[in-house]
Design a protein around this ligand. Structure first.
Ligand code: PEP
Ligand code: MG
Length: 889
């Protein structure tokens, strides 16, 4: 195998092998853009290293050969005393992991070559500054020295000289700092800073390999669902310098605004600086547009390159560049991250520009982004005091208690508090806290600072660079303009769409996207903004493409109507137990307690008209669309009073010698019905078989309601669904009774009702015997909640709170199987049952109504295995429509 590729050898499609950065550097090189020469060590080499603990044997020679070629091309040798070649060593995985892994710049500098660099550049200060940066970065990332120690020494040097910025330190000061830094390395790492340039390079490469498995990298991957075994590539690139004086600098740019999608000049530039100064948000940058007056030639060239890149990648690109004494160099490009709103806008803009088609546009957005756009926003007319304004880095409205460190953020959020993490700037060590927080607020850094990039990636609200806030993390407080102090625990609100920061809690208003789905705002109308218009168009693309139909889980007319407005094509699950609560509970209680047939029939008779009325309303709301009504499912004891409470009542009555005959009877019934594992007990079809008349009452209510709707010229399309079936015999018995009731109602009303009867597939046995079950069922609806519970043997009510955190931390699964379908286990049962069912009954209708029906990744799975529809809660319907469209294109 070949482990090293020159930049001229790769291309953008080799991300698996060369990582994102390496593949794109190669692509830019081949586009003829100014990229400093270099080479990439593959992820394969990293994998070998991570698996065996040693670099592949062939790697050293290959690196030597590429280094030699690079030296020849550049006309200088790595670390050579008089005219040194310097290189950067940067990580670059397939998926971008901002700030997660290591980079070392200026490799090749030593006590000798620093002088050569000074001569070569004609700038002694610059050479010593570069050298101190190398020792600092190398010390921290390769030798594991605490970075704070270098920072403190730098601060001390500035303080001693009474200056504020590091550019005010002169060559002599930096020379002293280098001595100091080397001492720190010696004491902390127990070895000298290596003077041999090749040793520097080799150690840095190894450190990059190792950085794949740091705790923070692992945490980030779990959060972003990036597989843990991909490894990182390593890019070795000849150095160009942005810190060679005022005609040098470094910057980042976007080909369009990552927040709005608008085309224009977006980015930040920092004169006389090296790359990490911008990303870390340490010094304040100027807007990219100002580069035009600083260096017109480079600016024009950059604009040209940005256009080339956008047309080439057909997408928003972000870019890192450096200007060395008036010469522009491209250090990185990639398809850039963007806010959810911008993703929709950019996708439609690119369609309009003729760069991509509708199917591709669907791939440029996601259900998760749509869900994010459906969050409420802050009420803009609110009277709450604004205390600051930063950069709108990641949209959303977040309210919570201010906390000033990651540890507190995690601790408080675990105990159920909503928190806003407030920092001067964030770094990768803040990741836990950022995950735990509702939102992130920083006082320094721009749109490309760590806080901004990571928050956007996580879909978290973030305001950064709110400079008038004085954040004091040591004393856990911040001072706002006017002197008011926000202490830890005080409530603040941040608006990631406007960048505003408020004291106290700001009321929120619904999202315009929800208003649009609700029909209160029409795309194309005056008040519709660009976002609504873009969402409207993308949804139309998705609806045209998708094969899966989307239904709602709803059990009342109000939810049904909302679902319809959101695009539901029917109800996939009406849970009738929700109709047995409230003041009807007493009737149910009487049914359960009935001693005689008469008593039981009496209570059923009273329940019938109530149930019927529920269905009449539901069928009216869903007129013309299918409504799957599921017969009663939960264990009966759920309808009886709490056992302890009742025992106390009985005991009290006894001691007071009051009459308590009814309570006693109730208590006995509760005891009788008590189950150790109610979820595996008397519920679903088992109830229907044990309590005579219960299911037939429900079937009669459905049939009579349908007949009534027909008589009113409606178009009811009811489907009767039997839950928790494990064997076809259960279904046959219930079915026989149901058919009889339906026939009776049809005869009595003189209408043909065309009711279908089907079953849920939510037990492993049902899935395994689906071929038989299909003989008695006209449709299957997969109950993936119970199916996940029973396939894994995980109690759906308990495990997420008990041991799932440990499982997620250990990486046993990246996401709860109750959230995203477990393809290999539960999923393969779904597939098997779907195939077996269709074999028995080719026109068997197949759907899913567990929580997974609204989960993006699961929707793709259900599309793949050929189901007819997914059913989910009304608010998830647009997400499911979009993902079904994406799955099909
Ligand atoms: C299921 O089990 O997936 C289901 C939809 O039914 P319920 O959640 O009501 O048990
Ligand atoms: Mg179920």
């Amino acid at each position: 195998t070949k482990f090293v590729y020159d930049f001229t050898e790769g291309n953008k499609d080799l991300k698996d092998l060369l990582g994102g950065k390496g593949a794109n550097l190669a692509e830019m090189t081949n586009l003829g853009l100014p990229v400093p020469p270099g080479f990439t060590i593959t992820t394969e080499a990293c994998k070998v290293y991570l698996e065996s603990g040693a670099e592949p044997v062939a790697l050293r020679d290959e690196v030597s050969a590429h280094l030699e070629a690079l030296e020849t091309q550049m006309g200088k040798k790595l670390g050579q005393a008089d005219n040194p070649l310097l290189v950067s060593v940067r990580s670059g995985a397939k998926f971008s992991m901002p700030g997660m892994m290591d980079t070392v710049l200026n490799i090749g500098l030593s006590d000798r070559s620093v002088k050569g660099l000074a001569e070569q550049a004609g700038d002694e200060r610059f050479a010593w500054d570069s050298y101190r940066r190398l020792i600092q970065m190398f010390g921290k990332t390769v030798l594991g020295v605490d970075g704070e120690l270098f920072e403190e020494a730098l601060e001390a040097a500035k303080a001693a000289k009474k200056v504020h910025v590091d550019t005010d330190l002169e060559a002599a000061d930096l020379k002293k700092l280098v001595t100091k830094f080397k001492k720190i390395v010696k004491t902390e790492a127990g070895r000298d800073f290596p003077q041999d340039p090749r040793e520097q390079m080799d150690l840095a490469i190894e450190a990059v390999f190792n950085s794949w498995n740091t705790d923070r990298a692992k945490l980030y991957r779990r959060q972003e669902r990036i597989p843990g075994d991909l490894g990182t590539a390593v890019n070795v690139c000849s150095m160009v310098f942005g810190n060679l004086g005022p005609d040098s600098g470094t910057g980042v740019a976007f080909t369009r605004d990552p927040a709005s999608g608008h085309q224009g000049v977006y980015g930040d530039y920092l004169q006389n600086a090296q790359g990490e100064d911008v990303v870390a948000g340490i010094r304040n940058t100027v807007p990219l547009a100002e580069l035009e007056s600083i260096d017109k030639k480079s600016y024009d060239q950059l604009m040209q390159i940005m256009e080339t890149l956008e047309n080439h990648y057909k997408d928003l690109c972000d870019i890192e560049f450096t200007i060395e004494r008036g010469q522009l160099w491209m250090l990185q490009t990639r398809v850039g991250k963007r806010t959810a709103g911008a993703a929709f806008r950019i996708a439609t803009q690119l369609v309009d520009q003729g760069l991509i088609d509708e199917a591709e546009a669907l791939q440029r957005v996601s259900g998760a982004q749509l869900a994010q756009l459906m969050f409420p926003r802050f009420d803009e007319d609110t009277k709450v005091q604004t205390v600051g304004r930063g950069i709108a880095a990641s949209p959303g409205a977040a309210v919570g208690k201010a906390v000033f460190d990651s540890y507190t953020a995690v601790k408080w959020s675990r105990s159920g508090e909503k928190v806003i993490l407030v920092r001067r700037e964030t770094n990768p060590d803040d990741l836990d806290g950022m995950i735990a927080a509702e939102g992130i607020l920083t006082s320094r850094g721009g749109k490309t600072s760590h806080a901004a990039v990571v928050a956007r990636g996580m879909g978290k609200t973030c305001v950064c660079g709110a400079e008038e806030l004085e954040v004091d993390t040591k004393r856990r407080r911040m001072t706002v303009p006017g002197g008011h102090v926000v202490e830890e625990g005080d409530i603040i609100s941040i608006d990631g769409s406007s960048g505003k920061v408020y004291l106290g809690e700001v009321p929120v208003v619904p999202s315009p996207v929800v208003e649009y789905f609700e029909g209160r705002m029409h795309a194309g109308a005056q008040d519709a903004d660009e976002l609504v218009e873009a969402v409207h168009r993308i949804m139309a693309f998705a609806d045209r493409k998708r094969r899966l139909r989307v239904r709602a889980n709803a059990d009342n007319a109000e939810d049904a109507m909302r679902a319809r407005r959101f695009g539901a094509q029917g109800i996939g699950l009406c849970r009738t137990e929700h109709m047995f609560l409230g003041d009807r509970r007493e009737l149910v209680e009487r049914l359960i307690l009935a001693d005689t047939e008469n008593e039981r029939e009496e209570s059923l008779k009273q329940l019938l008209p109530l149930q019927k009325q529920d269905f009449v309303e539901l069928f009216a709301a869903m007129d013309g669309l299918p409504v799957t009504v599921r017969l009663l499912d939960p264990p009966l004891h759920e309808f009886l009073p709490d056992i302890t409470e009742l025992s106390v009542r009985v005991a009290l009555a006894e001691s007071r010698q009051e009459p308590h005959e009814n309570e006693l009877r109730l208590l006995q019934a509760v005891h009788r019905l008590h189950e150790q594992n109610p979820m595996l007990g008397l519920r679903g079809v088992r109830l229907g078989l044990v309590i005579p008349g219960l299911f037939t009452m429900q079937v009669r209510a459905i049939a009579e309601a349908a007949a009534e709707r027909k008589a009113a010229k409606g178009d009811p399309r009811a489907e009767i669904m039997i839950p928790l079936v494990g064997t076809v015999q259960e279904l046959e018995i219930v079915r026989e009774e149901a058919d009889q009731v339906i026939a009776e109602v049809e005869a009595a009303t003189g209408t043909e009702l065309k009711l279908t009867i089907g079953t849920m597939i939510e037990l492993p046995r049902a899935a395994l015997t689906a071929g038989q079950i299909a003989e008695a069922a006209e449709f299957f609806s997969f109950g993936t909640n119970d199916l996940t519970q029973t396939v894994w043997g995980f109690s759906r009510d308990d495990v997420e709170a008990s041991f799932f955190t440990a499982y997620l931390e250990k990486g046993i699964f990246g996401v709860s199987p109750f959230e995203t379908i477990d393809r290999d286990g539960v999923g393969s049962l779904v597939k098997l049952a779907a195939e077996a069912g269709r074999k028995t009954r080719p026109d068997l209708k197949l759907g899913v109504c567990g929580e997974h029906g609204g989960d993006p990744e699961s929707v793709h799975f259900f599309h793949e295995v050929g189901l007819d529809y997914v059913s989910c809660s009304p608010f998830r319907i647009p997400v499911a429509r979009l993902e079904a469209g994406r799955a099909a294109s």
